[in-house]
Write a protein that binds this ligand. Structure first.
Ligand code: GLV
Ligand code: MN
Ligand code: MN
Length: 418
């Protein structure tokens, strides 16, 4: 049986599929993404799953309903999974833990009779670290792919369309990755919490009620590059100073409005010590508990940044690179996860902690095509998107037991419906 120690060892093995030997970085449609898919496919096959990579680069495994001796092929599937891509300089668990736990649970249930097919997925892009648009893998599966995304470019200027070709895939065929609602029972995702609440409550596990929606933008502030010595202040149109004022305004507005907004990247052209910056590009990631609050906040931010640019003689260009609506978890799958947690010896398991997720997850894309539920695991100091991410073996052990019990709970509900 795959233990918590095996799960942690597999996460460490995935760390080796990286763009750099010095830190973990694995973005969409790269050779390291392909290597992670191959590793995961090997573990899936060991767990008795039939494996394939879909047209969007997601790695899948499936066993049929029934038992290995008496399979009942073609039934709708309960899907377990998460993502295999990372942010730059990532930790080992954001995404990967959920995929590896899903494989372990499939292995534990290998001989168990189920009224649905059981599938495991490792999505190829959740973070959006390469093309700015997040959830590319799960959006393809949900059938909400927008062909306009194929023109998005990475920082080296490679288009998403070209990246598909480089990975031996064809963006024109991405529709083949879409799943029909009638072929799915639901989607369950285990994930580290990426926040401090479970640790503060001294719990290993919690269940998710809803996932906040996010919007992301690329903002370009355009001024004029000129001589740093020869240009008096009244003649300057410094793009970086305008962008800097915008960054401070973004934080002030988000804090005052109860939202979360982050400028994670700021680049300046031409980037020389003695040239006034002529262009600055900044990314903006904006989240709120509801889509309405998030959208109202963006309207306020946009107006304020435009006013800053206006006062400084700068122009502002805005490209929205990502928009995902808030996604509630289905009540019956929340209940299955609650029952799963209750079956463990977690502290306070009789009254599991409900959490809403300000972090994005593949479940929010899948919610467009099937019911979703999420199990959160405590992570040390609530830290994520950092090499300091850490999880304890006892939490993973309880997480495996809870996820397995949740699958069996779903099985009981599905069997009762038949
Ligand atoms: C994904 O981790 C996100 O919330 O950005
Ligand atoms: Mn994640
Ligand atoms: Mn992440």
């Amino acid at each position: 049986m795959t233990t918590a120690a095996d799960v942690l060892a597999r996460c460490a093995e995935l760390d080796r599929c990286s763009a750099s030997p010095h830190h973990l970085e694995r973005v969409h449609l790269t050779p390291e993404h392909a290597a992670a898919n191959r590793l995961a496919a090997g573990w899936m096959a060991e767990a008795g799953l039939r494996t394939w990579q879909d047209a969007a680069g997601n790695q899948w495994g499936r066993r049929e309903a029934g038992t290995p001796d008496r399979p009942d092929p073609g039934r709708p599937a309960l899907v377990l999974g998460s993502h295999l891509d990372t942010v730059p300089d990532a930790g080992s668990y954001d995404g990967m833990l959920g995929v590896v736990m899903a494989i372990a649970v499939a292995e534990r249930l290998r001989g168990t009779e189920l009224p649905f097919a059981l599938e495991v997925v490792g999505f190829g892009d959740e973070e959006g670290a390469r093309f700015g648009k997040a959830l590319l893998g799960s959006s393809a599966v949900a059938g909400s792919w927008d062909p306009a995304w194929e023109d998005l470019r990475d920082r080296a200027g490679v288009s998403l369309r070209q990246a598909f070709l480089d990975a031996g895939l064809d963006a024109a065929r991405v529709g083949e990755a879409a799943r029909r609602p009638e072929d799915l029972v639901g989607y369950l995702e285990a994930h580290i919490e990426q926040g401090p609440h479970l640790e503060a409550a001294d719990r290993s596990l919690g269940y998710v009620t809803t996932i906040a929606g996010a919007r992301r933008f690329l903002l370009s502030v355009v001024g004029e590059a000129r001589h740093a010595g020869g240009t008096p202040y009244p003649r300057r149109r410094d793009a970086l100073v305008g962008a800097g004022e915008a960054v401070v305004a973004v934080e002030r507005l988000a804090r005052d409005g109860g939202c979360l907004a982050t400028v994670g990247r700021l680049e300046v052209w031409p980037g020389a010590v003695n040239v006034i910056p002529g262009r600055a590009e900044l990314t903006l990631d904006l989240r709120a508990a509801t889509d309405a609050e998030r959208d109202a906040m963006w309207d306020r931010m946009h107006a304020e940044i435009a006013a800053i640019c206006g006062r400084r003689g700068l122009t502002l260009e805005v490209v929205e690179t990502h928009r995902a609506p808030a996604a509630p978890c289905a009540a019956w799958l929340q209940q299955a996860v609650v029952d799963g947690i209750r079956s463990t010896d977690d502290h306070g398991a009789d009254d599991p902690l409900a959490l809403w997720s300000p972090a994005g997850h593949d479940a929010m894309a899948l919610a467009a095509v099937t019911d979703v539920g999420m199990l959160f695991l405590r992570c040390a100091d609530g830290i994520s998107h950092s090499p300091d991410e850490d999880v304890r073996a006892i939490d993973v052990a309880r997480g495996l037991d809870a996820l397995q019990a949740a699958v069996l709970r779903v099985a009981a509900v599905v069997a009762a419906r038949a």
